[in-house]
Structure formats: C-alpha cells, structure tokens
Design a protein around this ligand. Structure first.
Ligand SMILES: Cc1cc2nc3c(=O)[nH]c(=O)nc-3n(C[C@H](O)[C@H](O)[C@H](O)COP(=O)(O)OP(=O)(O)OC[C@H]3O[C@@H](n4cnc5c(N)ncnc54)[C@H](O)[C@@H]3O)c2cc1C
Length: 530
C-alpha cells in the first residue's frame, strides 16, 4: 500500500483544482493527501505484469482503471451482464415503446468523494455530466421539512448555523443535551471513537444525547438509515465516523451532484471504452466461480470461470460482501491458503434488503417538490427522487406525456417482498405528497435485494483490509476497512485504488495518490479518555 501521510502536495492534475469551499475551510479542515505520489518510482509496471479483477462495480473498475493505465494487462470479470454493480444501469423498454435506461437507484455524488471523482475525471476532466441537485430536505408527516441546503460548507460554522437556523435543533437541544456525549460528534478520532463506541448501538448513543425527539428524527435517524441499517443495528462508532465524514469533517459542504443523464451513458459505457483503450479485457456475464491456489507456479492463483480458469499473480476481489463470502465458501483450498482473509469473508455482515421502485406516473408532482428528499420516521420510505427533474431521458418522457418519473427508496426494508415494499412506499408517499395519491402508475420497475454491507455494533476489526491478508489477493468494495475515513461510493473507489496500489508496490511502480477529508474532528485530542 502507498504511504499514508498528512502532508498536502498539490495534486490538481489528479483531483481537479480545489473548490472554493474547501479553500475557505479553516486549515485543520482542509482536504488531506492520504497517499502521496512517489516520484522516485516508475509510473509504469514491468512488461508482463497482469492481474485479474473480480467484480465490475465502482471498486473493481477503479482498480482496473489504475492498473490498466500503468500497463498491467487486466482481465475484469463481472458476473452481471452490465458493469456498475449497485451503481449499474441497463436498457429497458417502457410499455409505450420508449427506450430508457433504468438503474439500481439514485446516487448522490458528494463533492468530497475525491478518489471516485478523480477516477471519473478520466472520462471527463471537467465532470461536465454532474449537476448540483440543489437541496437536501428531510421530510416528515409530523414536522416541517428540515433543509440542510445552504449551510456554510465548513465546520464548525455549519454546525453553528444549523443550530441557529434549524426548526428541529433549538438552543434547548444544545443546553438540554449531554454535551459531553454530543461533543463526541466533533471529536472523531478513529482509535478513540472506535474504542469507545464501536460496541454501542447508534440508537443508544442518539437517545443518550438527550436531544428532542424531533431533532433525533429529523437530523440523526434519517442520516443513520441511509447506511442501510436501523439505528439499533448500526455501530455508534460508524455513525460518528460517518457524521464526521459527511458533515462535520467534510470541507466541501453537504451539497451533492448527480449525473444529468443515465449512469450507463455517462459512466459505464465510457469506462468500458476507456478500459478497452488501455488494453484491459472486460468480460461481463462472466462470474468467477472459485479460487484455487497455484503456489507451485510462482505464487499464482487460478480463478475458475465458466469458460475455463485464468491463472494470475495478482487477484483483486471487488465483489459485494455476500459474494465474497460465497466465493470463499466455494474455494476450500483458498480457505486453507488464505485463512485470515477467508475467516473475515465468512463473517462479513450483509445489510437487510433495500428496495428501489421507480414509478412512471400519469401526472406531475407539485411544482414545489424538491428533486431529492430524505424521509424521516416512515416505516418503509427513506427517500424520494423526482427523476423527471433530475436527468434528461426521464425529463423528456415527462415532457412528452405530461407525467413524471419518481423513485422511492427503502434502505433497510422490512416488507416481506418487493410488491409489498412498493405498496407501502406508495402509501407513505401519498401521506407526504397528497397529489400522488390518485396518480395512475403507467409503468413501474421495482427491485429488492440484500447486497449492501452493514456495520453492526462490535464489528470493528472484522472487515477485510484492501491488502496484506492473503498473498496475491487484494480486496476492494464498500465493505472494506480503508486506513483513512471514507464512505459508500468513495469507500468503494478508494479501496479499489488501494488494492491497485498494492499490486503496483509489489512490482516496483509508484502509487496512485489519494486525497481524503481531515481525519480527525475539531475537538479530537481535547476530550479526555474515558
Ligand atoms: C439504492 C441505493 C442507493 C445508494 N445511494 C448512494 C448514494 O447516494 N451515495 C453513495 O455514495 N452511495 C450510495 N449507495 C451505495 C453505493 O451504490 C455503493 O457503495 C457502491 O456502488 C458499491 O460499489 P462496490 O464496487 O463496492 O460494489 P458493487 O457495486 O456491489 O459491485 C460488486 C460487483 O461484483 C460483481 N460480482 C459479484 N460476485 C461476482 C463474481 N463471483 N464474479 C464476478 N463478479 C461478481 C457484482 O455483480 C457487482 O457488479 C447506494 C446504494 C444503493 C443500493
């Protein structure tokens, strides 16, 4: 793995120029170079270096892009017919004959996703396909919407402005709360926060804060559920880390962008072409079935596929967590040869199912509805995205038909099946946005699956690392423990790049630099150890 450092060399050629907001942040809160380039090492790899990457989501493609650019002969195996994994997208014909691309679901591309954005810059250095989404309101049946939009970007001003402005967080919350516990949110420090809070359920931590029910519901619970877990099943250590990552330690602010067209057109088709241009072989519809050590053959691995085995010195396993577990379960010899990694794969934690339903409605939603809304305290519905106000193909369909395209998400779904999930989410939406109650559904796409990782209390230390746990095997994905703070898509991209860096290090090439957020909170080091 490349060196992890605190210094900040200028890496604008990799990451784009620093944003105005991150430059305005106090020094302690500016972006950090967490893996520095090493100009003493060659950029390209020795002739004959090859690698097999298993999994073509963000993690696998990020690893493949970095490796292929450095001259590694990459074979990327993807089980599904299309690249992208949980960000994947595929063509779909509507009943009226319209060709549309549908996706796993709306994704917020946060501005502090430095690694993922650097990978996306390979496709468009200006990231011209990303547009600001324009808001982050939290909706509820009980309370007025809480809008996190327009807060100052940098901490601690964002926190102070939130208390001053928020209808949910009054001074009573500030003075009535357990300030010792609340200050833990500002004092994130990986070792200390993990030691103190990993075993504690997020729900217990939140109720211990002593804030009003409204503040808990509108600010913390909706946030916790976007990590695919009910607050009682999420580690408070992870919640504090993610609160630091997305809010208090995020130099770019809480605003985010989203592609203005479908993910297939702007991300996955261009990445397939980019990889092809760099000599990589991308095999979709081609699952890796098992791994067999071939150590007699210079410490290589055989990756079995339906079309025969690939023998390789360097494997990157970039599957979702359950698939990693299944791959080792199908590979008894790999379990013996890589016991530490196999043990972690066996106990990897998979989140409850998420449900995503896209509705093509016969009418528009009210004009004042935001493009994206988080939802608090509904049993099923966690977010609503008005696709026809987000991306071109849906907007064109809506303009032609007078309808709208609306997507509903449930992140830790308790419905017994996808039909029930859709019915519940529709009913909950109708309670929030009454104009949708009588809307006719012209068409719907729905899916429910359990492929996300989860971070339960007591789980720290049990997750695979990007490298160092099995000779020749690296691991990428949003379930992987990165040595610096990351989340969701950025965790996937950063772990993929770290996996690639480990391959580069083994063959003597320099690492791909990585930038991250400040790794400690404003109050870190100031609170006593308890
Ligand atoms: C509904 C929804 C909304 C989300 N919203 C956001 C958001 O707003 N912001 C955000 O940052 N993140 C969001 N996420 C999370 C984000 O999608 C993930 O963090 C990210 O896509 C994970 O990428 P990955 O590469 O780790 O895994 P995946 O995308 O799961 O990729 C793994 C790939 O491995 C393949 N595979 C599995 N087994 C094999 C095998 N044996 N052989 C070959 N291939 C195999 C799979 O088919 C898959 O393509 C959301 C996720 C969902 C589901």
């Amino acid at each position: 793995m490349g060196r992890v450092r605190g210094g900040a060399p200028r890496l604008d050629h990799v990451f784009g120029s620093p944003s105005l907001t991150s430059r305005a942040a106090p020094l302690r809160m500016r972006p950090r170079t967490v893996v520095a380039p090493d100009p003493r090492l060659p950029r390209t790899v020795p002739d004959g270096t090859e690698a097999v990457v298993v999994g073509g989501g963000i993690a696998g493609v990020s690893a493949a892009v970095v490796l292929a650019e450095r001259g590694v002969a990459v074979t990327l195996l993807e089980a599904a017919p299309t690249l992208g994994g949980r960000l994947g997208a595929w063509p779909h014909t509507l009943p009226d004959g319209t060709e549309q691309v549908v996706e796993h679901g709306f994704h917020a591309f946060f501005r502090h996703y430095y690694t993922w954005r650097a990978i996306l810059r390979r496709l468009d250095p200006e990231l011209g396909f990303l547009r600001p989404v324009g808001g982050y309101p939290v909706l509820s049946r009980t309370w007025a919407p809480e809008d996190l939009t327009g807060l100052p970007a940098a901490p601690p001003l964002n926190l102070l402005a939130l208390f001053a402005r928020s209808p949910s967080l009054g001074l009573g919350d500030l003075f009535g709360s357990d300030t010792g516990l609340a200050s833990e949110l500002l004092a994130y420090d990986r070792d200390r926060t993990t030691a103190r809070f990993d075993d504690v359920p997020a729900a217990e931590f939140l109720s211990g804060l002593g804030m009003s029910d409204r503040a808990q519901a509108m600010l913390f619970e909706a946030f916790a559920r976007s990590f695919f877990a009910q607050p009682k099943e999420l580690s408070a250590g992870e919640l504090i880390a993610m609160f630091h990552y997305y809010f208090l330690g995020n130099p770019e602010g809480i605003g985010f962008d989203a592609p203005d067209t479908d993910y297939l057109s702007c991300i996955w088709a261009p990445f397939a072409a980019y990889l092809d241009k760099h000599g990589a072989t991308v095999r979709t519809g081609s699952p890796a079935r098992s791994l067999v050590p071939a150590f007699a053959d210079a410490h290589r691995w055989r990756v079995a596929t339906d079309d025969g085995a690939l023998t390789t010195r360097h494997v990157v396993l970039a599957t979702e967590p359950g698939a990693l577990r299944d791959l080792f379960a199908a590979s008894p010899e790999a379990v013996s040869a890589a016991p530490r990694l196999a043990a972690k794969a066996a106990q990897v934690a998979v989140a409850p199912p998420f449900a995503v339903t896209r509705l093509w409605l016969d009418r528009d939603v009210a004009p004042e509805r935001p493009t994206f809304s988080a939802v608090s305290r509904e049993p099923t519905l966690d977010s609503v995205t008005v696709y026809s106000r987000l991306e071109r193909p849906s907007a064109q369909w809506a303009a032609r038909t007078g309808g709208s395209v609306v997507e509903l998400h449930s992140y830790a779904c308790t419905a017994p099946d996808v039909d029930a999930a859709t019915a519940r989410m529709r009913a909950e939406l109708a309670a929030l946005w009454p104009e949708t109650a009588d809307a006719q559904v012209v068409h719907l796409q729905q899916r429910m699956e359990a492929t996300a990782p989860t971070f339960p209390p007591g789980g720290a230390g049990s997750r695979p690392l990007p490298s160092g746990e099995a000779r020749g095997i690296r691991v990428g994905g949003d379930h992987v423990e990165t040595p610096f703070l990351t989340g969701l898509m950025e965790r996937a991209a950063a772990s993929g790049v770290l996996a690639a860096n480990d391959v580069l290090a083994e063959v003597g090439a320099g690492p791909e630099p990585i930038r991250g957020v400040p790794q400690r909170g404003l109050l870190a080091g100031l609170l006593g150890r308890r």
